[in-house]
Ligand binder design. Sequence first.
Ligand code: MG
Length: 228
Amino acid sequence: MRRLALFDIDCTLIDPHGAGGRAIFAAVEETYGVCGGLDGYSFHGRTDPAIVTDLATRWGAPADVAAARLPECLERYVARLRLEVEAEEVEVLPGVRELTTTLACDRRVLVGLLTGNLEPGARVKLAATGLDGLFAVGAYGSDSARRADLPAVAIARAEEHTGYRFGGKEIAVIGDTPHDITCGAEHGVKAIAVATGMHTTAELAAYEPDYLFADLSDWRRAYEAILA
Ligand SMILES: [Mg+2]
């Protein structure tokens, strides 16, 4: 039996207390000279490049300028994120340390990330928690702005790492938003939803994940779900 467990970061593994949002706002303002409100726009489940592009254009930057300066803005974002994370503690959510540590020690399981964060941004956030060494592979917002592209990236990296091609329900995608639940649908992955973000269990249930938990405090149940 082999399993690939792919974790979302924000509101699944950690609560960064808004550090990412503050860093993105600052980077967009510095890069494009525009700012504004969210007006119902949600970062949850989106990739960093998509968020930057959405905010810059909503707030008045022309689409071609938004695209041309995206790399510059993302670089500023990571630098700013580093300062934000130093200033305020990144909280590891209940059960996460136990679950990920146990999985990383289980030779049947390859543990990875599937996140909208840029790879350097993911590293900054997780390094602050000591969890960063547990993830052998990852697919990031820096690989594609479309979350639905990320499972294929993670599967390919897991194959490079192990020589084994994971498929279907051998792969678990664990996350807190409808985007996390639906992103692996074309690969037939096992979706494990956890309501530690802005979505309630009832909202997430509507997307029919294979498993649904209010949080990961009873982490053994999540562990069993990944192995099932
Ligand atoms: Mg999330």
